[in-house]
Ligand binder design. Structure first.
Ligand SMILES: [Zn+2]
Length: 136
């Protein structure tokens, strides 16, 4: 994990609270989709199997579909970028994200970026701090 933010972003299972990057092979990201109306109703991360099943019962209501991906794939630079592009493409194709789902998805991508990006150099940190106006 590289340091991109002041505080590392930890992704926790929406059901049991486990740190998902501790065992990313057994963790997934789930998109709750209303495919008829092209709406992403919810996005969450959780452990495979039991936690997934529990959340599915609560969140995947009638008429909705849960599409999932391995969280470990989003720490693969090629697949991470592909996922970001797929999200852009969905927006271009008229998909709408519920506000809460959109905020959660951004947080998930930022968390994954910590495992995909390289460590910024000192001059890159300074430049980013100057442009963004953020202390680092
Ligand atoms: Zn869990």
């Amino acid at each position: 994990m590289v340091k991109l933010f002041n505080e590392p972003i930890i992704l926790k299972c929406d059901h049991c609270g486990k740190d998902l990057f501790a065992d990313s092979q057994m963790s997934i990201i789930v998109f709750v989709e209303d495919r008829k109306n092209k709406v992403i109703k919810d996005v969450y991360v959780c452990c495979k199997l039991e936690c997934d099943r529990n959340l599915q019962e609560i969140k995947v209501k009638e008429g909705l579909i849960d599409g999932w991906k391995d969280l470990s794939d989003l720490t693969n630079p090629i697949l991470f970028l592909n996922q970001i592009m797929a999200t852009f493409n969905r927006m271009k194709n008229g998909w709408i994200f519920e506000p809460n789902a959109f905020e959660k998805l951004k947080e998930i991508y930022l968390a994954c970026a910590q495992y995909v990006m390289r460590e910024p150099t000192e001059s890159e940190i300074k430049r980013a701090s100057d442009i963004l106006g953020l202390p680092f």
